[in-house]
Ligand binder design. Sequence first.
Ligand code: EPU
Length: 427
Amino acid sequence: MDKLMIEGGHPLEGTVQISGAKNSAVALIPAAILADSIVTIDNLPEISDVQLLAELLKEIGGEVELGTHEITVNPATMISMPLPNGRVKKLRASYYLMGAMLGKFKKAVIGLPGGCNLGPRPIDQHIKGFEALGAQVTNEQGAIYLRAEELRGARIYLDVVSVGATINIMLAAVRAKGQTIIENAAKEPEIIDVATLLTSMGAKIKGAGTNVIRIDGVDSLKGCRHSIIPDRIEAGTYMILAAAMGQKVIIDNIIPYHVESLIAKMREMGVTIEVEDDRLLIHNSGEKKGIDVKTLVYPGFPTDLQQPLTSLLTQAEGTSIVTDTIYNARFKHIDELRRMGANVKVEGRSAIINGSTKLQGAKVRASDLRAGAALVVAGLLADGITEISGLEHIDRGYANLEEKLIGLGAKIWREKMTEEELDQVKN
Ligand code: EPU
């Protein structure tokens, strides 16, 4: 097992290319199950979640070729193989296999998903949607069993605005009989991306990206080629890194509109940002002001960026308050930031940050993906060496992290963990 080593304090300069969106990729790959012929998805991020999903599609009999930035899936040979355990438990997004396999085969057995531990992450709204479409859903020893004689379109009101439930219901509904209407749907760009793929496959979907999505079921779907949208959370992470340590950094291959909430908040801090068609220029603008941030569903400020932003806010003058309204336990990075000298505390669903403080390199642990990103930001800011364990979380979602950062002038590398360190992780 490796750890990530960062020698902090080196300014960043240059251009970073943003990869395809993780949270699109992990839905688009299962969506390929729904087609009857070959689906090719490109602009694929090189992350471990993608590799896991490719393996899962092979487990159910798919012919899958995974290249560096492209996956080709022939779903014609797939069967509705039960997946109660194993890889399926390793990532949250395996829940998309439920919607896709139910939509295609009218039955599926999928182990309850794993992924980042951010407090309770129920899937009741997904299940409510599947049941409304006519499926029987039971939880048997940690696996969800779904079966339907036939799926029929229905009107489904989501009690919680959920990205996963919106996509999963779309996946199950595209081949159902009649019309499905999802009300109070999530509006994230990744939902539009999935709807775009499904539409290229022949699905009839209107309203993706608004809070009412209408789907007219079709009998069959065909293969197609699709290019994934840029990862707005990876882009946001590099924007934060650039504001922390950048002289002048260009964040390239993005859709600036997708990161508007972050642009607004960073400008409020006093960061200079120039917006162009598909890239942003971020200049080091010296002193930064503390701000208050509340995470909300899209187009509000994304919960996935509150952790890395908190590390930047340790460098802002005054008090900042970061409140997460989406998850109630997404603050595991705070103890680690304190280890590095940050003046931060958690009260309820808020982190209160008093700045600015000089950070010191330390041995820290990434407890989840975006906590890992927060520690990378902190490590680049800190004096001396920061050692980050829990790298497997970071590898789930950041493609070629070291390469990209080294390209900007950072001193960052991987080292094998010692036996003693491995023992500490196990205990
Ligand atoms: N929720 C319910 N019931 C449900 C579904 C969700 O109560 O049936 C609650 C959740 O517990 C949470 C809120 O609704 O409090 C929002 O959850 P949502 O379903 O939108 O989240 P998700 O689909 O499980 C995706 C991303 C997350 C991102 C959230 C919010 C994927 C694979 N994951 O999760 O990404 O934080 O949307 O935008 O798309 C990450 O990338 O680091 C990450 C965690």
